[in-house]
Write a new protein. Structure first.
Length: 274
């Protein structure tokens, strides 16, 4: 039997990148998927963000993997959008077992006079995670069958890495640290319900958030970044693949990890083990 047979997963930021990979991997393991993405541009984000066509491709890939899926366009900064996406999934599948607050942005290379980048980073990757938890946790408790919540943090959520101190970089680092605090709070409060809460901490991942022309141009024009050994992984890989994170999430969501909670799990090619 597949490791997640009969489970239902709620995934944000699912139109491409890590979110798409998580949706497909979970479907391969038997889970149904409730997929949400903003599918529009945020002004402070320097690279093109996902589109409705990308979300449709996630839907196609999940179905190709043998899974069922409900998709919604919505912004995690707006709790009502999260609620609508969740309700659409509940109407279709009846329950949720796995929650993956994954939506993220990286507005880290804009000029330093853009304070809105701070607010966008915090609102998407910290407040947005809290919105997802507040919408999904009551149903997990009421169902009474436990559950798994895995929040996407970053290697930047465990150490003080950063390209600069621009508002977007500061907000990114603060948010990725902040979700660890949320994880620890919710893991303690939900343990009595057998609901497990963990974070994953990737190094750089080969997704459009990092592998894009704009970011490449920034690195090439700043040799102090390109040549800085502190930004490089100890293991011989520049970027890991999204599926490497998905595989860790499958484990954390499965019964194999039934007593694993409150953990900050690096999937970082040794980045934080210097």
């Amino acid at each position: 039997m597949a490791r997640l047979e009969g489970k239902v997963a709620f995934v944000t930021g699912a139109a491409r990148g890590q979110g798409r990979s998580h949706a497909v991997r979970l479907a391969e393991e038997g889970a149904s998927v409730i997929a949400m993405d903003i599918c529009e541009q945020i002004d402070t984000v320097f690279y093109p963000m996902a589109t409705t066509d990308d979300l449709a491709e996630t839907e196609r890939l999940v179905k190709e993997a043998g899974g069922s899926i409900v998709t919604s366009v919505g912004d995690v900064r707006n709790r009502a959008d999260v609620q609508r996406a969740y309700d659409a999934g509940i109407e279709q599948f009846g329950h949720v077992d796995i929650v993956l607050p994954n939506a993220g942005i990286m507005p880290v290379i804009g000029p330093g006079d853009q304070p809105q980048a701070w607010h966008d980073a915090i609102d998407v990757m910290l407040t947005g995670v809290w919105h997802v938890l507040e919408v999904t946790v009551p149903g997990l408790i009421e169902r009474g069958e436990g559950g798994s919540i895995v929040i996407t943090s970053s290697a930047a959520g465990l150490t003080s890495i950063g390209l600069n101190t621009f508002p977007g970089q500061a907000g990114y680092s603060a948010a990725k640290h902040g979700v660890v605090g949320l994880m620890r709070l919710y893991s303690k409060q939900l343990a009595k319900h057998s609901i497990r809460v963990n974070t994953v901490h990737p190094t750089g991942v080969n997704t459009p958030m990092v592998a894009n022309a704009e970011y490449g141009e920034f690195v090439n024009s700043h040799p102090e970044v390109a040549n800085d050994e502190s930004y490089k992984n100890p293991m011989p890989v520049e970027l890991i693949e999204a599926v490497d994170i998905s595989n860790a999430i499958v484990f954390l969501a499965s019964d194999e990890a039934r007593y694993v909670t409150g953990v900050t799990l690096p999937v970082d090619a040794g980045y934080n083990n210097r």
